[in-house]
Design a protein around this ligand. Structure first.
Ligand code: NIG
Ligand code: FE
Length: 401
């Protein structure tokens, strides 16, 4: 069974169309030069140098994970224990832990070691079915360390067959040396970090953690503007901790996506209508921090497209398992299996500006896909969410071992 066939030119699915999922039984698929070249049904198929018999199995387009922070040093299970003992994510951050804790560790870690640790995570997510991933900086928080992170991301892009999109997130938290001097830190982001990132061509997107206790709407607008002047497109962290105004500023600046949105009202949904911005839910963070789940059901019913991503990071979502994200979309957000799959493939690709190349079985797109055991139905895939169903992963038309 071929799943996720989408005509060329369809870059995202919105509203009711999110429940459309084209499948083809008894199909063949032709891959040429690492890209999908053709597909069809029945015995008559084009000649090929190499034939792989996938009889009975299901072939899905690889997951597209539009929001991760998978370049980080070490781990933060001590804070996990603090949370078990009653501290909140915000309380840990206020004590100077959280993102600043990761920044301290990253500062002490060499670029080489950082790359090594990040590649373990990249290989882990590839094996779990991800074929394109967005990776953010944001644990540097100094000019040098932000560049160090982005160079690691560039190296991942050059050395791994997975698709990679890089995002500069200098405004993830105020760097330790600037605590109490937030305005000066914002200036540093705008005047030094962004020009340096752009000069080396290290990122395609600029992101800001626009939320209570982090960056204000005014600061966000300033940073997005500076980013725009250097050719960086916005992606936003918004409404995770409070209704922050981040969605509005994101839409105003034509952000590619606005992410988290655990706290969102009708006003934000209205604001997103008719925009190019993809609201992106991160159910792994809701699960891990015990937050409300983003109201993706309401958004789709209002006619919006939504994406779902992992938020893979050491503080709020230490997992990059997109199959689990898809399952949570159905289990906790009440998305149909088709909607959850579209949210983690085509719309995920859109949320990182990659849907012309990834996210569906479409002629000309990069041949990233996975094969599962035979399934009784599509619903079985998110339903049997822990059963190891993914058997083979292929990237750029080659089997990944
Ligand atoms: O998307 N919310 C902000 N940033 C990350 C968490 C970062 C961290 O805790 O290390 C997130 O959840
Ligand atoms: Fe995040």
């Amino acid at each position: 069974m071929l799943v996720g066939l989408v005509p060329a030119g369809v870059l995202r699915k919105e509203g009711r169309a999110m429940n459309d999922l084209e499948m083809l039984e008894g199909a063949w698929l032709l891959v040429e030069d690492g890209r999908f070249a053709a597909y069809g049904q029945g015995e008559e198929r084009p000649a090929a140098d190499r034939v792989v018999d996938a009889a009975g199995r299901w072939l899905f387009p690889s997951f597209c994970d539009a929001h991760t922070h998978l370049v980080y040093a070490g781990s933060r299970e001590q804070e996990f224990l603090d949370k078990i003992n009653g501290l909140s994510y915000e309380e840990i951050a206020k004590r100077g832990g959280g993102i600043l804790n990761s920044a301290d560790r990253l500062h002490e870690t060499s670029e080489e070691e950082l790359y090594r640790q990040a590649m373990e995570r990249v290989n882990e997510i590839i094996r779990m079915g991800t074929g394109c991933v967005e990776i953010k900086s944001g644990y540097g928080l100094t000019v040098e360390d932000e560049l160090k992170m982005l160079r690691v991301i560039r190296r991942i892009k050059e050395s791994s067959p997975i698709g990679v999109k890089a995002t500069f997130l200098g405004a993830h938290a105020v760097g330790r040396a600037y605590r109490g001097r937030q305005a000066e830190y914002v200036d540093l982001v705008c005047r030094e970090m962004i020009p340096a990132v752009a000069k080396e061509g290290l990122a395609e997107f600029v992101d800001v953690f626009c939320d209570e206790g982090f960056f204000t709407v005014e600061e966000t607008a300033k940073i997005l503007k500076a980013g725009q002047e250097h050719g960086l497109k916005p992606k936003i962290h918004a409404n995770e901790l409070a209704v922050s105004g981040g969605v509005q500023v994101g839409v105003e600046f034509e952000a590619q996506s606005v992410d988290h949105l655990e706290r969102t009202t009708e006003v934000e949904i209205e604001c997103l209508k008719g925009s190019k911005t993809m609201p992106t839910g991160l159910p792994g963070a809701s699960l891990f921090l015990g937050m409300p789940y983003t109201e993706c059901r309401k958004m789709i019913d209002a006619g919006l497209g939504v994406a779902l991503a992992s938020d893979y990071n050491p503080g709020s979502s230490p997992s990059g398992n997109m199959r689990m994200v898809m399952a949570l979309g159905s289990i906790r957000m009440k998305l149909t299996p088709a909607e959850s799959l579209n949210a983690t493939t085509l719309n995920g690709a859109y949320a990182m500006g990659a849907s012309a190349e990834y996210g569906s079985i479409t002629e000309g797109k990069v041949a990233n896909f996975f094969l599962t055991k035979p399934l009784p139905s599509l619903a079985f895939f998110p339903y049997a969410y822990q059963t190891p169903l993914i058997e083979e992963v292929w990237l750029r038309g080659e089997k990944f071992n």
